[in-house]
Ligand binder design. Structure first.
Ligand SMILES: NC(=O)C1=CN([C@@H]2O[C@H](COP(=O)(O)OP(=O)(O)OC[C@H]3O[C@@H](n4cnc5c(N)ncnc54)[C@H](OP(=O)(O)O)[C@@H]3O)[C@@H](O)[C@H]2O)C=CC1
Ligand SMILES: O=C1O[C@H](COP(=O)(O)O)[C@@H](O)[C@H](O)[C@H]1O
Length: 499
């Protein structure tokens, strides 16, 4: 891996005038710089519009505006940004980009290390990667790494095509496919909670766990992304990547060490064990929804079909719930339920691990049923874990009552934990690809999702819209669990801060 804690590199950001660069990439780089985690570096911003270096630097200054300055660090940081106006489909621009790259490499002593960050629409990914090779930008004596944003393809076939295009210029080890959920503090914590606690790992299997539920709900609608989302939907936008990645971390076997290869190969084995959903089973295992109008935070919001750039008769799902089965010794018979959607009641991502009931309930005979033990992992917005146990209810009788043991993660020194992008960019600079998705994950997760999307695309859902904005999704999502004798644990009541 050759990790260096203060890495040196030339970072080329393709799409440097776009939303992602301004909202996430520049602020994350600035935080790394402020924390003294970067060695020598320079940034080349690439986009079509014509900007001078001063204008580009002014936009970088603006995007780090809300970050605290310390001893003129901001000005020093921004001075390292350079702009190259360049249409990525225009072959001629790459040689001048290469000239600028070599110049900056010398000026800043960057040892030929290059990061190419593609923060652009995915249709350009393949072309850019090919040009980087043919025009000599990857021909460098240092390391070269490609950071590629989602979506990685639209289905298995397009993902394969894209992968073979980028593989002409980069080896698998040099490709860093971003899934920003893998940079979230509590998603990274799943492994530690599992593998560093003697009380969990022995119970982490089908003998003791009855089901696992993962909810990632959003209150936002589709915003300005109607054009993209119409072709994507929640299944491709959230399930193929973030939701399945969380499933793999929850279900993987303990790796023999924490190296990139070991962790990734255990994750891939989960995808290989994921039971494929056949065409005629899709509606039994998966539920789709589309939001209608409703009330969020006391404001009336429009339905999905009324959003900008959305077909008034759209068949696109903005909500997905599903039941996944993992066919291996550890998980046989344990359903993993997932649900994700836009315009739901709350913005939250939570994992609820529900343990099986004890064989005999001695304490609740007079007072209703026993409460199962739950382990709740709060991914966001609050970060932490809550363990729901049963203890004696105070008083004369021997009855039990649920109690909570809670840990709220306040981050380093009580400050907010670093943003996902900050961690992932730093990992990439250090050459640590553990928290990036491997091609095998991508291929296997697309092949799982393709079975479902094929059915949904060919069957128009007559009941859309089928959930009100501000609700927790369509009724069929509750029915999915009810038929197995379970229910969605209410994520709104599982707030770690209230424990
Ligand atoms: N925004 C977000 O929060 C997230 C974004 N992503 C992904 O990140 C990528 C970028 O998204 P986002 O920043 O929102 O997109 P934007 O539309 O905001 O930005 C696109 C950028 O690409 C540049 N661009 C477009 N066409 C060309 C071209 N032919 N040659 C050179 N530059 C070009 C644009 O600049 P100009 O017009 O000047 O050329 C602009 O800088 C996408 O893959 C998206 O799916 C992923 C997760 C979250
Ligand atoms: O990748 C995506 O994720 C966001 C949700 O991310 P979060 O960190 O806010 O949970 C989602 O809004 C977007 O549609 C999707 O493309």
């Amino acid at each position: 891996m050759g990790q260096n804690n203060k890495p040196t590199a030339l970072i080329m950001i393709f799409g440097a005038t776009g939303d992602l660069a301004k909202r996430k990439l520049f602020p994350s780089l600035y935080r790394l710089f402020k924390k003294d985690k970067l060695g020598d570096f320079a940034v080349i911003g690439v986009a079509r519009r014509s900007l001078t270096n001063d204008e580009f630097q002014a936009s970088v200054t603006k995007s780090v505006g809300s970050e605290e300055d310390s001893n003129g660090k901001k000005a020093e940081f921004v001075s390292k940004f350079h702009y190259h106006s360049h249409d990525v489909t225009d072959s001629d621009s790459y040689s001048s980009l290469n000239t600028l790259a070599k110049e900056l490499d010398n000026t800043y002593h960057l040892n030929g290390n290059r990061i190419f960050y593609l923060a652009m629409a995915p249709e350009f990914f393949g072309t850019i990667a090919e040009h980087l090779k043919t025009d000599g930008l990857t021909d460098t004596h240092g390391f070269k790494r490609l950071v590629i944003e989602k979506p990685f393809g639209h289905d298995l076939e397009s993902a394969k095509k894209l992968n073979s295009q980028i593989r002409t210029a980069f080896t698998e080890d040099e490709i860093y496919r971003i899934d920003h959920y893998l940079g979230k503090e509590m998603v990274q914590n799943i492994e530690v909670i599992r593998f560093a606690n003697a009380i969990f790992e022995p119970l982490w299997n089908n003998r003791f766990i009855s089901n696992i539920q993962i909810t990632s709900s959003e209150t936002l609608g589709v915003e300005e992304r109607g054009r993209y989302y119409e072709k994507s939907g929640a299944l491709r936008d959230m399930v193929q990547n973030h939701m399945l990645q969380m499933v793999s971390l929850l279900a993987m076997e303990p790796p023999i060490s924490l190296t990139t290869d070991e962790v990734r190969s255990e994750k891939v084995r989960v995808f290989r064990a994921l039971r494929p959903i056949k065409g005629n089973e899709v509606n039994e295992y998966f539920v789709r929804g589309q939001y209608g109008k409703g009330i969020i935070a006391e404001n009336e919001v429009p339905g999905y079909r009324e959003e900008d750039m959305v077909d008034p008769e759209s068949n696109t799902e903005t909500f997905v719930a599903g039941k996944l089965l993992i066919d291996n010794f550890r998980w046989a018979g344990v359903p993993f339920y997932i649900r994700t959607g836009k315009r739901m009641e709350v913005k939250t991502t939570k994992i609820v691990v529900e343990f099986k009931d004890i064989p005999m309930d001695l304490y609740n005979k007079q007072e209703g049923s026993v409460s199962p033990n739950l382990l709740v992992i709060h991914i966001q917005p609050e970060e932490g874990i809550t363990l729901y146990l049963n203890a004696k209810k105070a008083g004369q009788h021997m009855n039990s009552t649920p109690v909570k043991l809670s840990y709220a993660n306040k981050g380093i020194d009580g400050l907010n934990t670093p943003e996902a992008y900050e961690k992932l960019i730093y990992d990439c600079l250090r050459g640590d690809a553990t928290n990036f998705t491997h091609w095998d994950d991508v291929a296997l997760s697309w092949s799982f999702v393709d079975n479902i999307s094929e059915v949904w695309e060919n069957e128009k859902e007559k009941n859309f819209p089928n959930y009100e904005s501000g609700s927790m999704g369509p009724k069929a999502s509750d029915a999915l669990l009810e038929k197995d004798g379970f229910f969605w644990w209410p994520v709104t009541n599982l707030d770690v801060e209230k424990c």
